[in-house]
Ligand binder design. Structure first.
Ligand SMILES: Cc1cc2nc3c(=O)[nH]c(=O)nc-3n(C[C@H](O)[C@H](O)[C@H](O)COP(=O)(O)O)c2cc1C
Length: 182
């Protein structure tokens, strides 16, 4: 797939098969995040990677992810938590750029993953306080988001069918609403 095909076909994946991600491909995905641009090349992103099913189930259970709408994470073969070290933050025009930088980096990982047919889903619905404590993160770290990574299951569950129907990739605003040519 070329870049535009990857962008066009990527969608949030919430149902995963048991197939593990080969280590060499996982490293290509992580490398895609490492190579991202950032304000003043500050590279504030820091990633925590889980690949062991038992640890992923424990993470989901102990941080309350299962009880929320993000229960599907427990079945993923890989979970990556995108943190940012705010000590590396660059502030311009009263804007903190660690969020932007880390989001770019994480999205690069997701697009790289999709090239290999590996799906992901940005997740923000979690308790940062509980998760940060569980992960024993340094105080300067913020958790920007997290995502399961894995090969999509053939058949989508009812939850993801409903979500993609309500707010899936085909529900984008038209260019006429988001772009002004001047
Ligand atoms: C910052 C961010 C946070 C999100 N948080 C969640 C989440 O907690 N749970 C979830 O199921 N999807 C979450 N999503 C996925 C969105 O619902 C999804 O990207 C959107 O509906 C468009 O669908 P698509 O990704 O299939 O194109 C999040 C997406 C982003 C970018």
């Amino acid at each position: 797939m070329n870049a535009i095909d990857i962008i066009k076909t990527r969608h949030s994946v919430r149902d995963f098969s048991d197939r593990q991600i080969p280590t060499d491909i996982l490293y290509v995905i992580l490398e895609a995040g490492r190579l991202a641009p950032s304000a003043q090349n500050s590279q504030p992103w820091r990633y925590i990677v889980y690949t062991e099913p038992e640890k992923i189930r424990e993470l989901s259970r102990k941080t309350g992810l299962v009880g929320k709408s993000n229960f599907f994470i427990k079945n993923a073969p890989c979970v990556i938590i995108a943190c940012a070290d705010t000590k590396k933050n660059v502030r311009i025009n009263n804007q903190d750029y660690y969020l932007v930088d880390t989001a770019i980096s994480f999205q690069q990982m997701m697009l790289a993953a999709w090239q290999y047919g590996i799906g992901s889903c940005w997740m923000a619905a979690f308790s940062e306080k509980i998760l940060a404590k569980y992960l024993d993160l340094p105080r300067s770290y913020r958790i920007v988001g997290l995502s399961p990574f894995g090969y999509p299951k053939e058949e989508k569950g009812l939850y993801s069918k409903t979500l993609s129907f309500v707010s899936g990739s085909d529900k984008r605003l038209p260019l006429s609403e988001i772009v002004q040519f001047r």
